[in-house]
Design a protein. Structure first.
Length: 205
């Protein structure tokens, strides 16, 4: 009798662990989706590699050279984001992946309010889509290595992104992933590096 109780407790614990996690295997097996949003570096992610690595349905609605203002509530892309989330949630769990901030760093506009606006963005999309506990992962823009953009604004965006503290929201560093010749975008290996880091965070490695 004691053995049966012990085995039941073990299986119950294992089941709770599986249901409580946001693992890649559960997302894939349940038909879940990984939704990518943001500007050019999100748009240029290698979706085939993402599918193989994360094991989820991939959807990419990112648009190159766009500001945060265009993606958040009131911006031109916001309605499509909410509509996409509502469609994806019918099929299973959704992971939201965001890479943006270069526009503010290059133009020195909105660089000092990125944190506040992105925090509100997360709250808004969770509320309006109905995915109140949807996990969010976002990439911090890469290190400033060139002279054509104002360093103070670029570093301010990075600082703002470092300061984001929202439940079930994780920042992923892009530092060290191989950049292309323009030192703004990435090589193929660089984009794979970003994907590997995302997978590690989702798995909790």
């Amino acid at each position: 009798m004691k053995l049966y109780i012990l085995l039941a407790a073990v299986f119950l614990f294992a089941g709770c662990q599986k249901r409580g996690s946001i693992g890649l295997s559960s997302t894939a097996s349940s038909g879940g989706a990984c939704l990518f949003d943001g500007q050019s570096n999100a748009a240029q992610m290698d979706m085939e590699y993402v599918r193989k690595t994360l094991g989820c349905q991939t959807v990419n609605i990112a648009v190159g050279d766009t500001s945060l203002a265009q993606h958040i509530k009131g911006g031109e892309f916001y309605a499509n984001l909410i509509a996409t989330l509502k469609q994806l949630m019918k099929r299973g769990p959704v992971i939201y992946v965001f890479y943006q901030g270069e526009w503010e760093g290059k133009n020195a506009i909105g660089h000092d309010t990125w944190n506040q606006r992105f925090t509100e963005h997360i709250q808004n999309i969770r509320t309006e889509s109905g995915l109140t506990s949807m996990p969010v992962y976002f990439f911090r823009i890469n290190e400033h290595r060139y002279d054509q953009y104002p360093a103070y604004a670029w570093e301010k965006v990075r600082d703002e992104q470092d300061g984001v503290h929202v439940q079930s929201t994780t920042m992923i560093s892009s530092d060290g992933c191989e950049l292309s010749h323009d030192e703004l975008h990435y090589t193929t290996d660089g984009y794979h590096c970003l994907t590997d880091r995302l997978a590690s965070e989702i798995r909790g490695e």
